[in-house]
Design a protein around this ligand. Structure first.
Ligand code: ADP
Ligand code: MG
Length: 487
């Protein structure tokens, strides 16, 4: 063993190269290039490999998305005791680099704590350290239930937009009077990456601000399930239920996990917890990827309970909100991007806030790695590489911007109801491309192009199609714009 360790000590580069080859086999090439090439191995001590990463956000992204893979490869290369340590080095133009060391596995984000409460339960770290499970110790004991809340996921950082206004307002109201509003349970659903987890945390955190003595606990449904299995295995099923029944604000994230596989027993336990909490006017917050009407794999009695309170959907943020979200993330991390880069990202990455954030972190990493400034060219390069082709949907705002620039008319003019000659055709071309590249209904396209109705949009699209076939100039316009659209 000793010789093995010293051999490793000498060759941290080799260790990391071996890790990379396994990682490469497990993820797609684009993600590999984006998230693993910016990492530099910088040393090894015993069984701890130190990696240099270009920013704190980069490290958080790695932990969120690749923690399991990293743990696996490190254990494979360095044995059971294998560990990773990160050093965040932010290359500042010419001045000294900033360095900060973080150990893995760790929770990079601060968690808010709950006050100790009297429950006959001990928070028990089971054999598998990732899956803490509650269990009973004899007698009453002052006990702290972990909140698992992430400080940065607060309301201040949760940008308001049409996409989340109702959910945000209701969530804020809940935090003023948890369990006391009619929004119980509060059921938030949306596609992935649109802010459910963030909002759920924000409600929890705000509750703690308003009522420091209330016990708030956040749990992912998958962890809840693992804990339940552990509790059953160790004969602590009832205590598991009691534990969750002692919480004032229970947040269950991604409840759809309980609907897959055979999880009837876990659902049953959740049913008991739910009933107790609801009866005691304790707040329940549930998130899901589907509405209670569309979610599958749940017993009818649970489904009907999901609908007792308020159900709200989070939708895709509009351009303005996407821009504000980017600005907020940058501001929180003390980073500046040129305005045109921010606009470009907000225009190009339209369907998923997480991807928007991912692109921003990736650009930053590349800039730091190659000592390049953050420019529009770098952003274009990264968006092409980084954003999955399916997510690379072209937005109506982007179409208008390209066409406005091409014909030298302002987007405001295209959006207005002016009928000047110079704007009528660009507007029709906007409608034509919006129909071609977005999934928006014609009426929505019309609303974005000078408040036209759906018949007008249809007419415009036909006109442009016809001209494309018959008018050489129009053919050139359309082909050139099309090319610009796809850069
Ligand atoms: P979901 O749980 O729906 O998959 P998350 O809550 O994990 O989505 O959000 C993905 C990322 O996008 C997070 O980093 C989150 O902070 C960010 N995000 C989503 N919506 C907003 C918003 N309205 N304001 C600021 N950040 C947001
Ligand atoms: Mg989530």
């Amino acid at each position: 063993m000793a010789t093995e360790v010293s051999k490793i000590t000498k060759d941290y580069q080799q260790v990391w190269t071996n890790c990379l080859s396994i990682i490469r086999d497990n993820i797609d090439e684009q993600n590999f290039q984006t998230w693993f090439t910016p990492i530099k191995p910088i040393g090894i001590e015993k069984t701890t490999l130190t990696l240099q990463v270009p920013s704190h956000m980069f490290y958080e992204w790695l932990e969120e998305h690749y923690i399991n893979l990293l743990k696996k490869v490190i254990k494979k290369e360095l044995g059971e005791l294998g560990k990773l340590q990160y050093r965040v080095v932010m290359e500042k133009k010419s001045s000294n680099s900033e360095s900060q060391t973080i150990n893995l596995p760790s929770n990079p984000r601060q968690a808010t704590s709950n006050p100790p409460i009297n429950v006959p339960i001990e928070y028990y770290k089971s054999g598998n350290k990732d899956i803490p499970a509650p269990f009973v110790v004899p007698g009453i004991k002052k006990h702290k239930i972990p909140s698992n809340l992430v400080e940065s996921y607060n309301f201040d950082n949760y940008v308001e937009g049409e996409c989340n206004r109702l959910a945000r307002t209701a969530g804020y109201a809940i935090a003023q009077d948890p369990g006391g509003t009619s929004f119980n349970p509060f059921f938030i659903y949306s596609e992935v990456g649109l802010g459910k987890t963030h909002l759920a945390h924000a409600i929890g955190l705000q509750t703690k601000v308003n009522f420091p003595n209330k016990t708030v606990s956040y749990i992912n449904a998958d962890t809840f399930y693992q804990q339940f299995l552990e509790a059953v295995k160790t004969g602590n099923r009832n205590d598991f239920i009691l534990y969750y029944q002692s919480i004032d604000v229970l947040i269950i994230d991604d409840i759809e996990h309980l609907g897959t596989g055979n999880k009837t027993a876990t659902q049953e336990a959740f049913f008991h917890i739910f009933n107790h909490l609801h009866l005691k006017k304790k707040q329940i917050i549930i998130t899901s990827d589907k509405s209670p009407v569309d979610i599958s794999g749940f017993e009818a009695r649970l489904l009907s309970r999901f609908k007792w309170g308020l159900t709200v959907e989070l939708t895709v943020p509009d351009f303005d909100t996407r821009t504000k979200i980017l600005l907020k993330k940058l501001e929180n991390n003390g980073i500046n991007f040129p305005e045109e880069v921010i606009t470009y990202l907000a225009l190009r990455i339209t369907s998923n806030t997480r991807e928007l954030e991912g692109a921003m972190i990736a650009i930053l990493a590349q800039a730091s790695l190659n000592h390049r400034p953050v420019t529009i060219d770098l952003a274009k390069e990264m968006v092409d590489k980084y954003v999955k082709s399916t997510a690379k949907e072209i937005s109506i705002e982007y179409i208008q911007k390209i066409i406005g620039e091409y014909f030298n008319v302002s987007v405001e003019k295209i959006n207005s109801n002016k009928r000047d000659r110079e704007v009528v055709q660009p507007r029709q071309i906007c409608m034509f491309f919006s129909k071609k590249y977005t999934k928006l209904p014609l009426a929505t396209i019309g609303a974005h192009c000078g408040g036209k109705d759906h018949a007008t949009v249809l007419h415009a699209c036909r006109t442009i199609s016809n001209l494309y076939e018959t008018d050489k100039k129009m053919k050139i316009y359309i082909d050139e714009i099309d090319k610009k659209m796809k850069i």
